[in-house]
Write a protein that binds this ligand. Structure first.
Ligand SMILES: Cc1cc2nc3c(=O)[nH]c(=O)nc-3n(C[C@H](O)[C@H](O)[C@H](O)COP(=O)(O)OP(=O)(O)OC[C@H]3O[C@@H](n4cnc5c(N)ncnc54)[C@H](O)[C@@H]3O)c2cc1C
Length: 202
């Protein structure tokens, strides 16, 4: 975990380079002499070669057109590889009420609220991450994986916050669990520039 975020590393590496933000690549023309990258705004940038580091989810979605199309062996590999989802619900409180010594905690209770079908909510808030431990801020994050991560893409922040809070209350039956003052939810599967989180061999 890097305090202040990984962007600090990138900012250092990017110093002095011509980095253009806010201009997604729509098309890559290749073959013959060099390549031409065409942005969504219609700007054309010519070069000797192009290194494509867009996420697998973006390649799978076909968001970048290749002219001529990439060879079958490459598009087959892009198609075969899986791109899964992992989402987070981050909750900020006025003060930490959980055990500050733990890195992670959770509860094998088969759901956030009593009576849920465990197989229907598998992966939902399966683990809490004590972010207070490294940041000093009263923040805890919980993870949603697999089908629960995909389901979260279509759920409201309020519903996800309520699920996380219900489980926090079950884990801390003797604590006066306060309302969070802020909640942030990731939805990587819906982000047009990621379309998922982790690749896997499928
Ligand atoms: C939920 C999650 C948690 C993680 N936690 C950690 C961690 O704690 N520690 C760790 O070391 N790693 C972690 N990773 C892994 C790490 O984030 C990745 O390995 C790393 O970001 C991959 O870098 P990358 O440059 O290959 O791809 P990315 O970081 O995905 O960068 C791809 C870039 O391409 C851009 N892009 C997409 N489409 C276009 C387009 N059409 N035109 C132009 N640009 C485009 C995107 O905006 C993005 O900036 C985590 C990953 C996930 C999903």
């Amino acid at each position: 975990m890097v305090k202040g975020g990984y962007s600090q590393i990138l900012e250092g590496l990017a110093r002095g380079l011509d980095i253009r933000k806010g201009c997604p690549v729509a098309e890559i023309r290749h073959g013959g002499d060099g390549v031409t990258v065409v942005t969504a705004g219609g700007e054309e940038v010519a070069g000797d070669a192009v290194l494509v580091t867009a996420p697998l989810g973006v390649l799978k979605a076909g968001s970048i057109a290749f002219s001529p199309p990439l060879p079958d062996w490459k598009t087959d590999a892009v198609g075969r590889l899986g791109f899964g989802d992992l989402n987070k619900v981050i909750l900020e409180f006025d003060e930490a009420f959980w055990n500050p010594e733990l890195d992670f905690f959770g509860a094998a209770v088969g759901g956030c609220t009593p009576g849920e079908d465990p197989s229907a909510v598998r992966g939902r808030c399966f683990m809490f991450w004590n972010l207070h431990r490294f940041s000093g801020a009263p923040v805890v994050g919980t993870l949603l994986s697999g089908a629960s991560a995909r389901a979260a893409e279509g759920e409201s922040d309020a519903a996800l916050q309520a699920a996380a809070m219900a489980l926090l209350e079950r884990i801390h039956p003797d604590a006066d669990v306060p309302k969070p003052r802020a909640c942030h939810v990731s939805r990587w599967g819906s982000e047009p520039f990621t379309r998922g989180s982790y690749s896997f061999v499928a």
